[in-house]
Write a new protein. Structure first.
Length: 306
């Protein structure tokens, strides 16, 4: 039986006095999840933005000025997560970071393996705030990460950052690359935004008959325009079939309550659903793509007066 214990963070944004305070917080969070047996730890989208608190106050609301200034902390950010993943032998999807790329910036989720090595997945679809106010560029490239499991097996997973989860194409490419798990770090200011990401993630789990792990940012941070308010709850979604939950929710935390949601993913259940479920979304994906033709407009007559 292939089981992976995952930890999804409902992670709160704090104002830090110095780097040491930030380092202590992240170190404690990772130690907590690892101590509870978590092997794959997921932090939310833009969790790294609490580092804005270490910038000069005049940059806290300066969207253009904060982006280059944050690059100064990136080497230490990478080193910290690399050391923690290696120390605890865990895989960490770090809170995404606005990283300088070419002449602009991308929203990058760094993925740290148990040996401390790191790779990344950039966000592909920008929200209006990112595109129109913060000028964050779409990333390029899609990656499937392979995590060794006990018994010589492996799990492949992919990352869909927040808005990315609302579009089927990315998750489908990841699933075609062997992904059995979709990791969804998110930053949503209102319940409506959280609902969009939640529904998108559940739809991607249904379409591809895979698990989706949703890790939201929690914030009351009016000290920076880049964050302000963020809300949500950590959750794990699954296709509603056979021995998986009937409502498609494998686990979930409390609303706006910081902490780890730690749960076991039985990969045997989703593999069985793909092979012999009541419905076979994964098997039927090609037919669903090929059978629809261009829509024909059919005018309907107005009601006849009597």
């Amino acid at each position: 039986m292939s089981v992976l214990r995952v930890a999804a963070a409902a992670y709160p944004v704090d104002f830090h006095a110095d780097w040491a305070a930030y380092e202590a917080k992240v170190t404690a969070w990772v130690a907590d999840a690892a101590g509870r047996g978590g092997r794959l730890l997921v932090f939310p989208e833009y969790a790294a933005l609490e580092l804005i608190s270490l910038l000069p106050p005049d940059l806290h609301h300066d969207l253009n000025g904060m982006r280059p200034a944050l690059q100064a902390f990136l080497p230490e950010f990478v080193a910290l997560h690399s050391q923690l993943s290696r120390q605890h032998g865990v895989t960490i999807i770090a809170g995404s970071y606005p990283v300088a790329q070419g002449e602009g910036f991308v929203n990058r989720a760094l993925v740290f393996g148990p040996d401390g090595s790191h790779h990344h997945q950039d966000k592909l679809m920008m929200t209006r705030f990112e595109a129109e106010e913060w000028f964050i560029d779409p990333g390029a490239g899609v990656r499937v990460f392979e995590l060794p499991l006990e018994g010589g097996e492996a799990l492949r997973f992919g990352v869909a950052i927040c808005y990315d989860s609302e579009f089927p194409a990315l998750a489908r490419v990841l699933a075609e690359g062997g992904a059995e798990l979709l990791v969804v770090p998110s930053f949503t200011s209102a319940r409506s935004g959280f609902t969009r990401v939640r529904v998108g993630s559940m739809a991607r789990a249904l379409e591809n008959q895979m698990y989706a792990v949703h890790a939201p940012l929690i914030a009351d941070a009016n000290w920076t325009y880049a964050v302000e308010q963020a809300s949500g709850r950590a959750a794990v979604y699954a296709p509603a079939d056979l021995d998986l939950p009937e409502d498609g929710i494998a686990a979930e935390g409390e609303w706006n309550t910081p902490g780890w949601l730690v749960t076991d993913l039985d990969l045997g259940l989703t593999r069985r659903v793909r092979e012999n479920g009541h419905v076979l979304n994964w098997r039927d994906r090609h037919a669903a793509q090929e059978r629809p033709t261009a829509a024909e407009v059919v005018p309907l007559a107005a009601p006849t007066r009597v």
